[in-house]
Every structure is written in C-alpha cells, then in structure tokens.
Ligand binder design. Structure first.
Ligand code: UTP
Length: 322
C-alpha cells in the first residue's frame, strides 16, 4: 500500500532552547553558574540538547538566556586561542572535542528573557527568529538517551505526516500525574506509540487525570504557537504557561502525542542529575573500570550503615505498638 501523502513539506530546522530559569533547586551552585552549564561527566547539560537536536536535522538554535548566563555564549563560541594551543601541543583528541561543541553548519542565536515569567514567556521571546516556521523546543534539563532512536527526529516525521504539532509523552505512575502536564487522548488512544490529543491538563488532581501520559521536555510546534503565546495570560504561579497556548492551538489544529521509550534523566532535579552522571560515566570504559568498584564499595558501606540503624528502628516501632 502506498504511504499516505505528507500533510506538510515544511522542514523543521529551528529549535528553541529555554535556558533562562533560575535553577533554584541547585542553589547555591546556580548562584553564579547557569544550571544548564552544570556538567554531566565532561559536557554541560545544554550541550546534550544541542547534539540531540542537531542529529535530528536542526541547524538553527535559539537559546533563551537571562542574567548571569553569558558563560553559555562563551561555551559555544570558537575558542581560537585554546584551539591554537591544543594544536601546537599536539593534543588532537582534546582539540577535536572542543571543535565538536558546535558543528560548522549550525548557527546559534541568543535572546534574553528579561524576567523568568515562565516557560511560555521564554519561548515567546524567540518569536522574531522563528517567524512563520515550525520549530522544535528542547528543555535542556531533560537528557534523553538516543541509543534506541532520536525522539525529536521521530516527532518531526509525525509533524510532516500530519501537519500537527507533536509533544513527547512518557507513561508515569498514576499517583504522580499531579506533577506533570497530562495528555487527554481523543478517539482511538495510542496506536503505534502515536496518539491524537484532545487537550492538555496542567498538574491535574490525581483522581481527575485524563491519562497517565505526561508531557516531557520535547515539542515540535506549528507557527501558530507564537501568536497564541503572545495573547496567553499568566496562569498558575503567575507564569505564562506553554500548556495554556497548546490547549488553544490543539482546539484549532489538532495535536499529536508521541510516546517515548527512551531513558530520560531529569537533570533539573538533584537525584536525576546524579543518576545521569553515573549513567554516562559508566558508558566510558576507562571511567567505568575505576568507578564500578567504588560504587560497589560505597553501596556496601551504605548497606552496613543501614543495618546498624535497623535494630533501633525495630525497637522504637515495637515501643509504639505497646
Ligand atoms: P524549570 O521548570 O526547571 O525551572 O525550567 P528553573 O527555574 O530552571 O529551575 P528551578 O525549578 O527553579 O530549580 C525548565 C526549563 O525552562 C527554562 C529553564 O531554564 C529550564 O531549562 N525556563 C524556565 C526559562 O527559560 N524561563 C522561565 O521563566 C522558566
């Protein structure tokens, strides 16, 4: 059977990367250092997002920055003096790692969000650069492993097949649906990991969650989102919510959900950040060979400390019961 005709031939070559948040969960580290520049092994978090988007065909990156975030611009700049020194010293592997930070056919634009008024507001700051083009949004906090697939590349295909915006979703335990933006599904539900979305509900009460599919930090959005964001009033916590604009665009244009099967680390959270560091460190055979015995040893010490504490817990529990 011939495959259905694509609904749009418009390519998605631009991505908005919001990086103007305050990163309060990492204070005091983020007092002077942007959260997006914290390193996972040897690369800042934001570089993982740039690499993922580039691999999916994105060539123009719009990074939303804020006060104290200029170090990100330095990171993606070509460091002439460093490159020259590494070349002269014959440190070619290091030189390659520096040159790979930004491929030569990629362009980065920086635009400031004067005040952190929410994710929707941050994305709207890129409107003059995205213009009438569709665009991807990648929240750099979420590092997504690409050993199975590149979700953004898949989402761009769905956009081209349907002409509709696409959001990446992840199944979460039902009792945690109140922590996420949740998809409400239309019609046939999930088929081949795709679903037609009827709406979105931001952090619903658990008993009111329309599904257990949570929005995670990847979107491919139609141009209609920018004018919609411009009219969106502050919602929860006085912030301009991206989800509110998506609800309106969904009513007019429809919206697709794509269910992720990729491992994801929420690096905006201290636990997720540590897990990402361990996971990526263990991918490097040299680091893994040194780290693994240390991890075993540390885990064994932790278990022993718990064993020492256990009898006390048992004693006090016994007292309570009597
Ligand atoms: P978060 O919700 O994690 O907020 O933002 P945050 O301020 O960075 O961190 P905490 O909660 O205070 O610890 C998700 C992404 O959206 C960006 C952030 O930089 C992050 O990449 N963001 C958020 C903005 O660019 N502007 C905003 O107003 C809010």
């Amino acid at each position: 059977m011939p495959s259905p005709k694509p609904k749009t031939t418009q390519k998605v070559t631009k991505a908005v990367i919001p990086a103007a948040g305050l990163g309060t969960r990492f204070l005091p580290a983020t007092k002077a250092m942007p959260k997006e520049m914290l390193t996972v092994v040897n690369k800042p978090i934001i570089q993982y997002a740039i690499e993922e988007a580039y691999e999916a065909g994105i060539r123009e990156f719009i990074i939303i920055t804020g006060r104290g975030k200029a170090v990100m611009e330095n990171h993606f700049d070509h460091p002439y003096e460093l490159a020259d020194t590494l070349q002269k010293k014959g440190k070619l592997a290091e030189l390659e790692s520096v040159n790979k930070v930004l491929p030569s056919d990629a362009r980065i634009y920086y635009t400031r969000q004067g005040q952190p008024l929410g994710l929707g507001h941050a994305i709207a700051c890129a409107a003059a650069i995205t213009g009438d083009d569709p665009f991807a949004v990648l929240l750099p906090d979420d590092i997504i492993c690409r050993d199975k697939e590149n979700p953004v590349a898949e989402m761009i295909k769905i956009y081209q097949q349907t002409g509709q915006s696409v959001v990446l979703a992840e199944e979460v335990p039902h009792d945690r649906t109140n922590q996420y933006g949740i998809l409400s599904l239309a019609g046939k539900g999930i088929q081949n990991r795709r679903a037609q979305v009827s709406s979105f509900v931001e952090k619903p009460k658990i008993e009111e969650a329309p599904s257990n599919l949570a929005i995670i930090g990847r979107y491919v959005l139609t141009p209609a989102h920018m004018p919609q964001l411009a009219q969106t009033k502050p919602g929860k916590a006085g912030e301009i919510q991206l989800t509110d604009a998506m609800v309106e665009v969904c009513k007019r244009e429809g919206f697709m959900g794509y269910v992720s099967q990729s491992k994801r680390f929420d690096c905006g959270d201290k636990v997720g950040f540590q897990m990402a560091n361990l996971y990526f460190a263990m991918q490097d055979p040299y680091i893994a060979s040194r780290l693994q015995p240390f991890l075993h040893q540390t885990a064994a010490q932790y278990d022993r400390r718990r064993e020492v504490r256990l009898p006390e817990t048992t004693k006090s529990a016994g007292k309570k019961a009597s």
